[in-house]
Every structure is written in structure tokens, then in C-alpha cells.
Ligand binder design. Sequence first.
Ligand code: NOJ
Length: 593
Amino acid sequence: MQKKVIFIVLFPVALLFAFLSCSNKQPKNNGMNDRKWWKEAVVYQIYPRSFKDSDGDGIGDLRGIISKLDYIKSLGVDVVWLNPVFESPNADNGYDISNYRGIMKEFGTMADFDLLLQEMHKRGLKILLDLVVNHSSDEHEWFKQSRSSRTNPFRDYYHWWPAEKGKPAFRPGAFEADGSGWRFDTLTNAWYLHYFNFKQPDLNWENPKVRKEVFDMMKFWLDKGVDGFRMDVIPFISKDVTFPVITDKELKEKYQGDWSKYMGNGPFLHQYLHEMNVEVLSKYDCMSVAEGAGTTVEQALDFVDADRNELNMLYHFDGVSYGYLPGKFKTPDPKGYELAGFKEIYSTWDSVFAVKGWGTIYLGNHDQPRMVTRWGNDTPQFRELSSKMLTTFLLTMRATPYYYFGDELGMSNIKFENIDDYKDIESISMYQMTRNNGGDLNEFLEAQKISARDNGRTPFQWDTSNNAGFTTGNPWLKVNPDYMKVNVASEENNPNSVLNYFKKLVKYRKSELTLVYGKYTLLDKDNPDVYAYTRDFEGKKLLVLLNFKAQNATASISNIDLSKAKLIVNNYNDESTATLTLRPYEAKIYELN
Ligand code: NOJ
């Protein structure tokens, strides 16, 4: 009797639930994942040092960013990722932190940061901070203590190798002229590990106290209201602390000759990330994105499969590492890059997240040259067209776009002639290494014109006033002389500008869930000139056609009828009849049904 009553009461409720869940048109990532704000977001990355200087010292700062929040809002983006803003002696422009809870003095104060956060949230913008916890600065109090004696309580915050054990096995130090990741410290007669410069000692994550410090620090920022973290070289945090010898043979066979594939694959990596999720991330509505250094297609889901409770997203290096000559430091192939290989990389990475997890897409960031120089064509004839074409690519893939400031203006590489113009520790240390090894310095400098990180770090170009309106002082890095043409003020007034095209595409992506969640299908895969794909979602189909070359090119797609296609976007802005033949660097998006 009682059972019958329960059934009569609960049955209509169950029916209602069943109806609601069937009629719930929530997009799924291939039927598996729910909607999330960070999947639908467009992330805009700012290099604070180069965005806007408010006090005339030649260095961008937080007050400068605050003064330009309306510009950022006008772009239509949702999330702003700031490169590190914490106290730092700036050996590597903030990627060497001496106090994780303080603001770099050149950038301002904690009060400025609080105001920035408040003003961003007021405008509906989210903020992503850079979490740099594989290493700290050697000027961090922890390291000062750690190096002071072998018995100091902070000794185990870092990786030390006592001299009596002999010389430690080789590990690379990315920003060192001799390439070594160990530094000998006479004070305690021991080496310490630094995967980057000697001023960036690696933290010892095997020590639970270190993990607790990091998690508490993350909570400090999340409690303030920040919306998430981009995690610097996070796959490097776990190490085999016996530091075994890695033979050349092993490196070649097991890690494809790439040290980062060894460094990014530590024994407790996923245990630590899971712990971070349980202790911190799961307690906030925040987003997390790993800089996936050394991460392969096969390993990617271990970071971002939601069922594993680690991170949300990861960005890979396969795309940006493509087109360089093997065995030569960031030296582009003089023949250029092959589009078929480029398509294969991005299609493979799309397939990684087809069922689970979620991807990212980017062509530029503070570690890369300007996207138009590297992947498009920065000559006066094609700079704008090819910038728009690349923007179309970034905003129409199934992945969260990370768009680098200045690319929305079509900023290009500055191409310094002289090593003295470079400020980046990477260029300077690699120059020294080339010189010490008797290498060809001219060849090195030529390659740097395309690949150096400083190309992407030159000051943002606001207008035609002195120093492009970036500073009234002496800019820390030279301003690109093309600022008289390439700048916000001129582009805002030109409906056909790269800037207005970017805004249009962002708006379109934000209004069209097909671009976020729709299935991606590569078409005409061997075409050496055209990148063509469709995006399908809930009965809607979009066709994206991109000509990556400076000549006309035609997509060979037999099964698509363009007669009823509706042109949504065209970077030439003048098409009258639908066609599969594209003009140089032409980009088009059609709605097919
Ligand atoms: C990756 C960062 O993106 C880069 O700028 C930095 O030099 C290294 N990690 C070291 O922190």
C-alpha cells in the first residue's frame, strides 16, 4: 500500500525530470561534456610589461591596464590572462618570483591589483593569473634559507645534490650559455637544479610542505576573486629525484631527442595535479590551463579528462614548434612550412578532445614571435589579409582560443639587427652559447628575426604619438616603427581594419555555439594551399575556407553544394558569388543549411 502511494507521488516527478532532460538542448562535446564558461570564452593575453605605462618609467603597469579596460571590453573577449605580476628581480621578466603574494614594484601595488580586479569584474571580464611554481626566484626567501646551510628547515624546498656524490647527471638549463641545469654553490658545497636560468631554482614538489605553500598561495589569490590560473611548465613539477643518467640513446628512443618530453613526464605529476584539484581548484568556479610543455597527444587527456579531476585545459607545443629545422635552435626552414603538416597537427589535437577533455588554440603568446610573421605574411601587401585569415582560423576551431594582445592590430615582428636590442634572457643566453661553440652568429641573428620571443613583446601600439602612446618615458624594449600605421586609434576608425575584423569574429563566435561545440571535420586534407573544414552542431553546418598562400588557390571539395550557401564572413568583404576559389590569404565562412 505504502509502495503504491510512493509510486503515485514519484511517477509524475520522474516523468517531468525525464522530459526536462530530453528537452534540455545543452550542447555536449561529442555527447560527453557539459557546457562550461571557459569552453565558450575567448581569452585575451596581455604581457603587462608592454601594454600601457601609466607613470612614465617605460614599463607597462597595472594602472596602465586599468586605464585601458574599456578598450579590452570593446574587443568582446571574456577572460584576460596576465603574465606574472608578482614581485620579481626580473631575470626572466617575472617568471622568477621572489614573493608570490606581492606585486612587482614596476607594475604597482596590491591596491592597484585589487582595483584592477574590481574594475574588470565590474565590466564582466574575468582574470587569469600566471602560476609559476616549477621554480621560484633565487631571491625568494625560501631559497635564501635553503642555500644557507644543509640543515636549514627550507633545505628540502629545492633540489640539492651534494658534491661528495660526484657530479650530478646532466639536466638541461634552458637559459644558460653552457646549457647546464645544475649550478654549483660553494656555500654548502652542493649543486642545485634549475631547468631554466640559475636564478630560477626548481622547487621540490616531493616535499609536502612545498605543495602546501603553493596550494595556500593559490587560495590566497582565488579568495581575492581571481578566476583561474595559467600554469607555467606545470608538467615539469614532478622529477625522478634520484636524477639517473639519461643516455643519448634513451633520450633519442624514448623521448624523440626532446628533453622536454623527459622533463614533462615525472613519476608523481598526476598525483600532484589531482591533489591540487582536491585541495584548491575544486573549491572554486575557476579555470585552469596547463602550459603543456613536453606533453604528447597520448598524454594530454591525463591532464584534462574531467573524470580525473585535475585541470580543465592544456596548450600543446606541436603547432608552434612546427616548421623549424631539426637540431637547430628555433631556426625556421627557409622553404617555409608545409600546410598539410600544419593541418595534420591541429586536426590530430582536435581528435584528442573529441570525446573527453577540452582543447585550446593559439598561434601567438609571449614565448612566440608575432603570428602574422611566422604563420602569415607580414609584407605590406598581405599583412592585413593574412592577419585576418589567421584570426579566422583561431576563432573557428573547436577549442578555447587564446589570443595574444597586438595580434588584433596585425602587429608584426620587429626583427632586430643587433643582439644589443634584445632584452630576453633566452635570446641572450643562446647567442652566448652559439658564440662559445664557435657557431655562426649571423645565421643565429637571422633566425631570431623570425623566432625570437622579443618580437612578440614590443610595446603595444595605441596611436601615432611618441612611442605609439605606450609610454611618455623611454620604453624598456624598442617600439616597432610600423606603429604609425598599425595602431588602435587608426584601426578603430577604419571599418575594414584588422582590429574591427577581430571584433566581428569574436562577436560571431560568441553568438554561434556551432563554433564552440560543433564537430570539426577536415576537408581536402592534402591541399597544399587551402585549409578547409566544417563545423557541425545540432543540424547546422558551417564551412571554413582559408587560403594560406599568396596566390589564388582552390579547395577541391566535391560533396558540398555552395549554391545555397550563405556567406557569413569574408576577409575581402566583397564576394558576390560563392566559389571554392580563394584569393591570396582569403578567409571565408559559409553557413551551408
Ligand atoms: C614558460 C614561460 O611561458 C616562459 O616565458 C618562461 O621563460 C619559462 N616558462 C620559464 O618560466
